[in-house]
Design a protein around this ligand. Structure first.
Ligand code: BGC
Length: 423
């Protein structure tokens, strides 16, 4: 019995290997093989999720964004999303004021998990929460996004106490603590660090913590599972990962959908259009021959920045049932492209950190589904979240690919990739 089982498994493994070999074999030899007549510097490039920009002042890296005529960025509207997140938290406090102030001291205290102090999206979300809750302090014309560290005494210079009047009573709002969630080896947006930090925060701040806010769901869920669920403290994240959306039924306060279905579609679609030599809005603002198109209110395109930005939507107890599967593709962009017009092509695509919650559990599954529909043979490269060269080393032979989708470790590092394509 045991023997038969083992033999069966060996056979299955053999078949799987064979299938795998066929799949990639056909990809690199026949129609799906890279077109060797196109120079690497002229191949389509899409930066996604991490916009080429200066990690200190946020200035866009236009050299990377305009690398060649088929270069784009796909992300989401960080400022609009940040505003939605801040407003979602504020409106939760207003609606639930009777239960929010846990120790009844008239101060609504919140703690904030920061993803990456040098990442535009993370900065925008920190600013959005502070702006909505009245705790923002301006620095050089912008809301200061510096972490406070501990601020139980309200003396931090990077935030101030806000105030909120609800039902005739005025409450003080204080950012009790905030910190970049970076682990010892340097990986940011680190969920495990957030899970540990909420332990430290709650043991010193206790019932002063009325709200937990996070720059993303990975860290938000780590804090929820480690502490806030049991203590019934509303926790807010960002990304609308399936696990976070499901947790809304158990007291997770809310999250933001950054329309990953639209972003993953755009990520591959801009490459597909360039490869097919069709107009750039094909299947995006104009229906393609298969019937794919995006609704106008789901994204904006900024020509000067060569950037597509998906719009964000709040996901709360009121609407979470519409968002339970974060890997569901966008219905109007789910039609298979015709192989005769859009022949198989090979795409090199990296994910800066293979253990990133959002990219791994939401974005990548979507990319896989769209890749099939668009006849793209995508090779996924996973980084460790810290070392750019771990990823660029695996771009050793760009001639093997027709197009590139790049997710940098550090947003300053665009030229580490383009210099390889220019060689
Ligand atoms: C997501 C984060 C993720 C980051 C990776 C952001 O858009 O919200 O969850 O860690 O992208 O770059």
């Amino acid at each position: 019995m045991k023997k038969t089982k083992t033999l069966g498994m060996v056979l299955m493994l053999g078949a799987a290997l064979l299938l795998g070999a066929c799949g990639s074999g056909s990809g690199s030899s026949s129609s799906g093989g890279a077109d060797k007549t196109v120079a690497n510097k002229d191949k389509p490039v899409v930066w996604y999720n991490r916009q080429p920009s200066n990690s200190t002042d946020g200035k866009l890296d236009m050299a990377a964004l305009t690398f060649n005529k088929d270069t784009y960025y796909v992300g989401f509207d960080a400022n609009q999303g940040a505003k939605v997140q801040g407003e979602m938290i504020k409106s939760y406090i207003e609606k639930n004021i009777a239960t929010v102030d846990r120790n009844g001291d008239g101060t609504i205290g919140y703690v904030l998990a920061i993803g990456d102090v040098g990442h535009n999206d993370s900065i925008a979300r920190t600013r959005g929460v502070r702006a909505a809750l009245g705790t923002a302090v301006k620095k050089g014309g912008n809301v200061d996004s510096t972490p406070t560290g501990m601020n139980s005494d309200g003396k931090s210079k990077v935030v101030k106490d806000g105030s909120l009047s609800v039902g005739g009573k005025t409450y003080k709002i204080r950012e009790l603590a905030s910190q970049e969630m970076k682990n010892n080896s340097g990986a940011t947006w680190d969920a495990a660090t957030a899970g540990n930090t909420i332990g430290t925060w709650s043991s010193s701040l206790g019932k002063q913590i009325d709200i937990v806010a996070s720059n993303n769901d990975g860290m938000g869920m780590a804090m929820f599972n480690a502490w806030s669920k049991e203590n019934k403290v509303p926790t807010f994240g960002y990304d609308a990962n399936s696990d976070a959306v499901a947790a809304i039924a158990e007291g997770y306060g809310g999250t933001i959908s950054q329309h990953a279905d639209v972003q993953a579609y755009l990520t591959l679609r801009v490459l597909r259009n360039a490869l097919d030599g069709v107009k750039k809005g094909t299947g995006i603002d104009t229906k393609d021959s298969a019937g794919n198109v995006l609704a106008k209110d789901t994204y904006v395109y900024n020509e000067k920045q060569r950037s597509y930005y998906a719009m964000n939507v709040a996901v709360t107890a009121d609407n979470y049932k519409d968002f339970t599967d974060s890997t569901k593709i966008y219905a109007d962009a789910s039609h298979q492209l015709d192989k005769s017009k859009s022949p198989e092509k090979k795409v090199w695509l990296d994910i800066y950190n293979s253990s990133d919650n959002f990219l791994g559990s939401t974005y990548q599954p979507l990319l896989k589904k769209y890749a099939k529909l668009m006849n793209l043979n995508v090779e996924f490269i996973g980084g460790d979240g810290q070392t750019e060269s771990n990823i660029t080393n695996r771009l050793g032979n760009p001639s093997e690919y027709d197009a590139f989708a790049i997710n940098m470790v550090k947003t300053d590092n665009g030229s580490s990739y383009t210099s390889i394509l220019k060689q």
